[in-house]
Design a protein around this ligand. Structure first.
Ligand SMILES: Nc1nc2c(c(=O)[nH]1)N[C@H]1C(S)=C(S)[C@@H](COP(=O)(O)OP(=O)(O)OC[C@H]3O[C@@H](n4cnc5c(=O)[nH]c(N)nc54)[C@H](O)[C@@H]3O)O[C@H]1N2
Ligand SMILES: Nc1nc2c(c(=O)[nH]1)N[C@H]1C(S)=C(S)[C@@H](COP(=O)(O)OP(=O)(O)OC[C@H]3O[C@@H](n4cnc5c(=O)[nH]c(N)nc54)[C@H](O)[C@@H]3O)O[C@H]1N2
Ligand code: SF4
Ligand SMILES: [Mo]
Length: 786
C-alpha cells in the first residue's frame, strides 16, 4: 500500500475558461441539456412534507447516490459545494412517509398493476408483512412472527439451499460486514451483491495484473494529468459531480478522451450546476471521441500496442517506458509476441476503428508523461470483461502509468457503497481482508471464533438458476434472502427470473420500498421486512467511495415521516443468526455500530482507521493516495503482470447488430423520468446510426422490432451518433432480449450485450408467423428451452 497520504481538498481555479464553453449564449438555450434548476425545484416540491430532514441529509449525510463520494456538501477533491440531481432524485427514498394501509393491503393483482416507479412512489414499507401461497393480500405481522418464520425455514434447510443478496445504493459497510459474517455463521456461502454485477471483472483483472482490486489513483490525479481517458463510461451521468473535476483538469491542460460506440452527449457537452461559468455557458468535456464497436475494445487496445511495438522498431523508447517495464513488469516478450501476431485486418474489423485512427491515440499515449485510465460498464459487462480490463492494465504497465501522481487505473464505480461490499467480505469469492481461501480463511475463522464452511458459494446469476434445479439437488436454492434489489428488472431473461422467484419456498425482501419483484408469488411464503435507511441506521454508518475514501454518515435526526417499526439492516441479520443458531449466539453479537467498525478494522487491515470515524465529516482513505506506489505491486513477485488476451469472437452474423443496454433518467431499476436528460431518448427508443436506418428504410420515429431468438423488443428508431452496426436500448425495458446463462469467464456475472436483428415493425409483424414461428427443427434446437 502507498506511503503518500491524500492531501485533502484543493482550491478550485476560479478563473473562467471561455475556451471550453459550449456557447456564449447563456443556459444552453435551444440545446438538449439537463434542466438542473427545474429538476431541483421539483425535488424541493417532492420533499416538501419533510424539508428540514431533507436539508439535514444533504448537508450532513454521506450521499447515497453514486460512488463518487461526498460527506454533507464537501468532498476530498475540490473545495466548494458538491451536489447533483442524482442525489436529489434518491433523496425521497429517505424522506417519504409510509405506504397507506388501504393501498398496501389491496388485492395483490391490484398492486401488480403498478410498475416499480409507481410502487416506489407509494411510500415506504411500514411494518413486517407476509403473503402465503394463495393469500390475495399482504398481511401485517409482528417482527417476532416474521423472524421466527424465516428462522424456522432456514433451520429446516441445509445451508447450501439458501442464499443472500444485497443491493448497493443505501447499504453501509457495517451492514455488508454483518451480512457476510452472518451468512458464514449459518454455514451459507451463497452470498452475492450488486457491486459484483457492475465491477467484479475490474477487481478480477486488476488483482491478476497489479495485485489490487481498487482504484490505484484518486480524483485529484485527474487534475493536471496529460490524458484522462474514459473507457465505456458516462461518468458525467453516472457521477455528475465528476464533471466539476473534469473541468478543473481541463484548466490544468488535461486532455479528456472518451472511447465509446456512442458519442455520448453527456461526455461531449455538460452544464455543471455548481460552477457558475459552466452552468451559464456549458463545458465542452471530451476533447476526443473514439467510436469503437461494442465488444471491440480488446482489438482496439491490441492496435494501440501494435503501433507502439512498431514505433519501437523505429526508435527505441519512443513508445514503451522501458525503465518501468524492466523494474516492475513481467511477461513483456509474451505480450509483444501476442500483439504482433494480430492482423490489422482483424483489429480494424473487430474494433471498427481504422489503423490510422488508432495510431493517433497510440501516439498521444506514447507522448503522454502520465495518464489516468478510468473505465466502467462498457468494459465490464461482457463475457470477456476481465480480459478487457487486463488490456487496459497492459497499456498502463507498458507506459508506467501506475502508482504515482497523475497516473493510475480507475474502475469508475456505480452505487454509493459498491467499493466496500467486497472489502467487507460480502461475496462468494471473498472474506473480509482477502480471498475466500487458505490463509485468509484461517485468519477470519480465528477472529470470528467459528469455522467457515469449505464449499464454494455461487454468484447471483447461478444462484437464480439453481432455484430451478430438481428438489433433491444438493445446490437447489429454496430460500432467498434479499436486502433490496429488483431481479425482475436487473437480470437477463425476466421471464425466467419470474419463474425462479415463484419457485422459491421462502423469499425475504428486507427493503425500504416495494418493487415488482416483491409482488411475485412464492411456493410457500413471501416475507417483507422494513429496513432503516442509512441515515437512520443505529450508530451511523460508513461507505467507501471509488477513490477508497471511507466516509462516516451520522444518524440524521428530525425525520417527520419516521417509520416506527423499521430496523437497521445489520440488526435484522443478527437477530436472524441468533434465532437460527441460538447455541452460538454470543459469537455473532454486536451491540452497536461502533463495535462493528472496531471489528472491521481487525478483519480487514486496510480498514484500520474506520474505528476512529465517529462524527459527521470524518473520513479516511485506505491505502493512501496511490496503490502500487512507485510501481511496486502487492503481487507475489512485487511486479505488474502483462497478460496476453485474445480478440473475442462475438458470433456475429453479417446482418446482426450488437446491442447494449443503457441508463436513461433512472437509478438502475428506479426510473425517474420518461426521457434521458442528455439526448431526450424515450424509454422505448432504439438508438441507432442513421446510415444503418437508411439501409433498412427505417425513418426516425418509426416503429422497429429487435429480435434474436431469445426475445423481441418493440421500440421507436432514434438516430444518434453511434458507430454503425451498434444499437442501444434502455434497461429494464430491453432486458427480454438478453438470455440467461451467459457469464463473464472469470467473475461470473451476466453478459449484458447481445446480437440482434433489426426490422421495420410493419414488416416484422406481417411476416413473423411465417419467418420466425415456423422454424425448422434444427433452429429450434439451438434456442434454449425456457
Ligand atoms: N443517474 C444514474 N447514475 C448512476 C446509475 C444510474 O442508473 N443512474 N447507476 C450507477 C451504477 S450501479 C453504475 S454501475 C454506474 C454505471 O455507469 P456507466 O458505466 O457510465 O454506465 P452506463 O450509463 O450504462 O454507460 C455505459 C457506457 O458504455 C458504453 N459501451 C457499451 N458497450 C461498450 C463497449 O463494448 N465498449 C466501450 N468502450 N463502451 C461501451 C455505452 O455506450 C455507454 O456509454 O452508474 C452509477 N450511477
Ligand atoms: N440490462 C441491464 N441490467 C443491469 C444493468 C445494465 O446496465 N443493464 N446494470 C447492472 C448494475 S451495474 C447493477 S449495480 C445492478 C443493480 O442491481 P440491484 O442493486 O439489485 O438493483 P437496483 O435497481 O439498484 O435495486 C433497487 C431496489 O433496491 C431496493 N432498495 C433501495 N434502497 C435500499 C436500501 O437502502 N436498503 C434496501 N434493503 N433496499 C433498498 C429497492 O427495492 C429498489 O427498488 O443492475 C444491473 N442490471
Ligand atoms: S456525484 Fe455522486 S456522490 Fe456526488 S452528489 Fe452526485 S450522486 Fe452523490
Ligand atoms: Mo452498478
Amino acid at each position: 500500500m502507498g506511503k503518500t497520504k491524500h492531501q485533502g481538498p484543493m482550491k478550485k481555479d476560479l478563473k473562467p475558461a471561455p475556451e471550453f464553453w459550449v456557447s456564449p449564449i447563456p443556459f444552453g438555450l435551444g440545446k438538449v441539456k439537463p434542466k438542473h434548476i427545474r429538476d431541483t425545484m421539483k425535488i424541493v416540491w417532492d420533499n416538501k412534507d419533510n424539508l428540514n430532514y431533507a436539508k439535514n441529509i444533504i448537508t450532513k449525510g454521506v450521499c447515497d447516490g453514486c460512488a463518487l463520494g461526498v460527506s454533507g456538501l464537501s468532498d476530498q477533491t475540490l473545495t466548494g459545494p458538491h451536489m447533483c440531481t442524482t442525489r436529489f432524485n434518491v433523496l425521497r427514498l429517505n424522506t417519504m412517509p409510509e405506504i397507506k394501509p388501504e393501498i398496501l393491503h389491496q388485492d395483490i393483482d391490484e398492486l401488480r398493476k403498478y410498475n416499480s416507479t409507481e410502487l416506489r412512489q407509494l411510500g415506504r414499507i411500514p411494518y413486517p408483512m407476509m403473503r402465503r401461497k394463495g393469500d390475495r393480500k399482504f398481511i401485517r405481522i409482528s417482527w417476532e412472527e416474521a423472524m421466527q418464520t424465516i428462522a424456522q425455514k432456514m433451520k429446516s434447510l441445509n445451508s447450501r439451499n439458501y442464499a443472500f443478496y444485497l443491493t448497493s445504493r443505501g447499504i453501509t459497510n457495517e451492514s455488508y460486514y454483518v451480512a457476510g459474517k452472518v451468512a458464514r455463521y449459518l454455514g451459507a456461502n451463497n452470498i452475492d451483491n450488486a457491486s459484483r454485477i457492475c465491477h467484479s471483472p475490474s477487481k478480477t483483472a486488476m488483482k491478476r495484473s497489479v495485485g489490487v482490486g481498487a482504484s490505484t489513483a484518486n480524483y485529484q490525479d485527474w487534475i493536471g494529468t496529460d490524458v484522462l481517458l474514459f473507457w465505456g463510461s458516462v461518468a458525467s451521468n453516472a457521477s455528475p459531480v465528476s464533471t466539476k473535476y473534469m473541468l478543473e483538469a481541463k484548466k490544468k491542460g488535461t486532455k479528456i478522451i472518451v472511447i465509446n460506440p456512442y458519442k455520448e452527449p453527456a461526455m461531449d457537452k455538460y452544464w455543471i450546476p455548481s460552477v457558475a461559468e459552466s452552468a451559464l455557458f456549458g463545458t465542452n468535456v471530451a476533447d476526443e471521441f473514439y467510436q469503437v464497436n461494442i465488444g471491440g475494445d480488446i482489438a482496439f487496445m491490441h492496435g494501440i500496442m501494435k503501433h507502439w511495438f512498431e514505433m519501437e522498431e523505429q526508435a527505441y523508447g519512443s513508445a514503451i517506458n522501458h525503465k518501468f517495464v524492466q523494474e516492475h513488469v513481467t511477461n513483456y516478450e509474451e505480450l509483444k509476441e501476442t500483439v504482433e501476431k494480430q492482423s490489422w485486418e482483424e483489429i480494424e474489423q473487430s474494433s471498427g476503428i481504422s489503423k490510422n485512427q488508432i495510431y493517433k491515440l497510440a501516439l498521444e499515449l506514447a507522448n503522454a508523461q502520465n495518464a489516468v485510465f478510468a473505465w466502467a460498464l462498457g468494459l465490464t459487462m461482457h463475457e470477456f470483461a476481465t480480459d478487457n480490463i487486463s488490456q487496459v492494465c497492459n497499456l498502463a504497465l507498458l507506459r508506467g502509468f501506475l502508482g504515482r501522481k497523475h497516473s493510475g487505473l480507475m474502475p469508475f464505480r456505480g452505487h454509493s457503497s459498491v467499493q466496500g461490499t467486497g472489502e467487507m467480505g460480502c461475496d462468494p469469492f471473498v472474506l473480509p481482508g482477502g480471498a475466500f481461501d487458505g490463509e485468509n480463511k484461517k485468519r477470519i475463522e480465528k477472529l470470528w471464533g467459528f469455522d467457515i464452511a469449505d464449499w464454494q458459494g455461487d454468484t447471483v446469476g447461478v444462484t437464480l438458476e439453481n432455484i430451478m434445479l430438481p428438489d433433491d439437488h444438493e445446490r437447489k436454492i429454496k430460500c432467498y434472502y434479499m436486502s433490496g434489489g429488483n431481479f425482475l428488472e436487473t437480470m437477463p431473461d425476466p421471464t425466467f427470473i419470474q419463474k425462479a422467484l415463484e419457485n422459491l419456498e421462502l423469499r425475504v425482501h428486507q427493503d425500504i420500498i416495494l418493487n415488482t419483484s416483491t409482488l411475485v408469488d412464492a411456493k410457500e411464503t413471501v416475507i417483507v421486512l422494513p429496513a432503516k435507511t442509512r441515515y437512520e441506521q443505529d450508530g451511523g454508518g460508513t461507505s467507501t467511495s471509488t477513490e477508497r475514501m471511507v466516509y462516516y454518515s451520522p444518524v440524521i435526526e428530525g425525520n417527520q415521516n419516521r417509520i416506527k417499526e423499521a430496523r437497521s439492516e445489520w440488526q435484522i441479520y443478527i437477530d436472524l443468526a441468533k434465532r437460527v443458531k441460538p447455541e452460538q449466539a454470543h459469537l455473532i453479537d454486536f451491540k452497536d455500530g461502533q463495535s462493528i467498525r472496531e471489528e472491521i478494522a481487525k478483519a480487514n487491515p486496510d480498514y484500520d482507521g474506520i474505528q476512529h470515524l465517529k462524527n459527521q465529516g470524518d473520513v479516511f482513505q485506505w491505502g493512501g493516495a496511490w496503490l502500487c506506489e512507485d510501481g511496486i505491486c502487492p503481487t507475489e513477485d512485487g511486479k505488474g503482470h502483462l497478460i496476453s488476451v485474445d480478440i473475442p469472437d462475438l458470433n456475429r452474423q453479417p446482418d446482426d447488430f450488437m446491442l447494449t443496454t443503457r441508463r436513461g433518467k433512472q437509478f438502475n431499476s428506479m426510473v425517474y423520468g420518461d426521457y434521458e436528460s442528455f439526448n431526450h431518448g424515450g424509454r422505448y427508443d432504439v438508438l441507432m446510426n442513421k446510415e444503418d436506418a437508411d439501409r433498412l428504410s427505417i425513418a426516425e420515429g418509426e416503429g422497429v422490432v429487435l429480435h434474436n431468438g431469445f426475445g423481441v423488443f418493440q421500440g421507436v428508431a432514434k438516430y444518434v451518433d453511434i458507430l454503425k452496426g451498434n444499437i442501444e436500448v434502455y434497461f429494464p425495458e430491453g432486458n427480454y432480449l438478453l438470455p440467461r446463462g451467459r457469464y463473464e469467464k472469470y467473475a461470473k456475472i451476466p453478459d449484458y450485450n447481445i446480437t440482434v436483428k433489426v426490422e421495420k415493425a410493419d414488416r416484422f409483424n406481417a411476416k413473423k408467423d411465417r419467418d420466425y414461428y415456423e422454424k425448422p427443427i434444427k433452429d429450434l434446437e439451438e434456442i434454449p428451452m425456457q
